[in-house]
Design a binder for this molecule. Structure first.
Ligand SMILES: [Zn+2]
Length: 328
């Protein structure tokens, strides 16, 4: 198994922040790493991260299915007012595992280690999240990289034991989770956290399927460059919107905005169209520069997925145009 160096672990964290849809400023690149996580319209929050590789126990005394995070070099310390994470990274399963910093801070015995069951890592790899009760009455939380920010935002609540842990264990089954199950949770705070992570799970799942179906290319212009969004055809806020792949299309940032603004669209036979009425409006207000070049990059028909079942459903296109007030 690959063991990452400190700088590589920091890179993995930065990649995970990106996969979470956030951005990071590095305020300190020495362990504990100190990052400011933010989004375009959001000042964000600071987080300090202790992280080590999660490795197989080794030695005869260790059981086969046990992995561990060995704390070396620095002594973990939770700073007041700053979210502090204690993480392991497992390269094989490509998951992080988070431990309760309050239970491990100030551990001074020479390189203490924290154990985690292989099953937990495996479950997180398959189901996005895995909540695990350690024998020491501590909750370990394993999760896929795209959930790093959601984990950081809710780490304190996710590591609570007792009823909180029972409630949060709903996250072990994200693929089959329902809104009714979340509504049945007594604590409103925990309902909010569960909904937030569930929403993120569904969005990440939709994005993965749609980008995969279009091979990470914009259906309108063919660009990749990791500038591609998974857009909903019937807008996500509209009644009747679904997360089916056939209600999605991969669009670059430019064409996503153009689609949402009704500057362009595609019809039920997948022909790309530019709105004459929108062009007339832009011309009238002297905002039509670059129109010729814009039109030149458009394909005549959209790029379609290789699997027919993933093609945009014509009735969704019809419905979408009605909801978006598309005018040719
Ligand atoms: Zn494009």
């Amino acid at each position: 198994m690959i063991l990452l160096t400190g700088p590589q672990l920091l890179d993995r964290i930065l990649e995970a922040v990106d996969e979470s849809g956030w951005q990071a400023l590095i305020l300190d690149s020495q362990k504990p790493y100190w990052l400011r996580l933010y989004r375009s319209d959001d000042k964000g929050f600071d987080v300090r991260i202790y992280i080590w590789n999660c490795t197989h126990g080794g030695g005869d005394a260790r059981s086969e299915d046990e992995y561990r995070v060995q704390i070396t070099g620095v002594v973990p310390r939770a700073e007041s007012g700053i979210t502090t994470l204690l993480l392991g990274w497992h390269s094989g399963y490509e998951v992080f595992v988070g431990f309760d910093i309050r239970k491990h801070e100030g551990q001074k015995t020479s390189s203490p280690s924290i154990q985690v069951k292989e099953e937990t890592l495996q479950n997180a790899h398959q189901n996005a999240f895995a909540i695990y009760h350690r024998q020491s009455r501590e909750i370990a939380v394993a999760f896929r990289p795209e959930f790093l920010v959601e984990y950081a935002l809710n780490a304190a609540a996710l590591h609570l034991t007792g009823q909180a842990a029972t409630d949060m264990s709903l996250l072990n089954n994200l693929s089959d989770l329902t809104h009714d199950q979340i509504a049945a949770v007594k604590s409103k705070d925990r309902q909010i956290i569960l909904s937030q992570i569930f929403r993120k799970y569904r969005a990440a799942d939709f994005q993965k399927r749609v980008l995969g179906a279009y091979r990470h290319r914009c259906a309108i212009c063919g660009v990749q460059l990791e500038l591609i969004d998974a857009a909903h055809i019937i807008p996500v806020a509209a009644h009747g919107s679904t997360d089916e792949t056939k209600n999605g299309i991969a669009l670059c940032k430019l064409h996503h905005t153009a689609f949402d603004r009704n500057l362009l669209s595609f019809d039920e036979r997948y022909k790309v169209e530019v709105s004459d009425s929108e062009v007339a409006r832009l011309t009238a207000v002297n905002h039509s520069a670059g129109l010729k070049e814009f039109k030149e990059t458009l394909r005549t028909t959209i790029i379609l997925p290789s699997d027919r079942r993933d093609y945009p459903l014509p009735q969704y296109i019809t419905e979408s145009r009605k909801i978006r007030n598309w005018l040719a």
